[in-house]
Design a protein around this ligand. Sequence first.
Ligand code: 3NM
Length: 217
Amino acid sequence: MKFNTKMLQAYFVAGSQDVPQGQTLPEQLSAAIAGGITAFQFREKGPRALMGAEKVALGQTLHELCRQAEIPFFVDDDVVLARTLRADGIHVGQKDQRIEQVINELPGLIIGYSCHTVAQINHANELTVVDYVGSGPVYPTLSKADADPALGISGLKQLLAVSKKPIVAIGGIDQNNLANVAQTGVAGAAVISMLTRADDVQMTATMLRRTFTNFDA
Ligand code: 3NM
């Protein structure tokens, strides 16, 4: 699949650990797709994450839902899992395997790279195969244990000013602050809890998508 900046508009990130009891990730992803999300990232991480065959099986189910909807399926960090699941893309963090190594091991995949500082953005600018940058946390988040300090809108704007790559904002983004995030000019928002904790996942996904479709020049 070829990268398109519009894929970043409404970017759902989740693993089974993010889903409240009584619901499942395939159900939530189906609802989010019905609502209009533009990308999904499988991020099975932390003490409650699935392992081994169970993780692969869930990934296959989720990828199939994305395939039917013709939206990209990303894997967080894991080169082997990305290859096993034939993912469309991989998202690489600063603390993961070195980005250059991932790029060499997965030719042809869409590559996302987390950047939290101007220095990291400058590095990403030099990497021609990096398609987009994920920047955050914009606001404090409960979904990532080792998150950096919050950037705020002003910090996000500083990163936007130097980035040659499209930026998807992440971290603590919810229905109340979404418009402020969109107004910075980022290509989209990546969210976990805004969708996994939503009362109505489909409607919330539609709201997320519309926010960025309206700001789309
Ligand atoms: N990465 P929520 S913040 C996965 O700053 C992730 O790079 C972040 O979850 C970063 O939308 C984050 O629930 C968690 O705040 C986002």
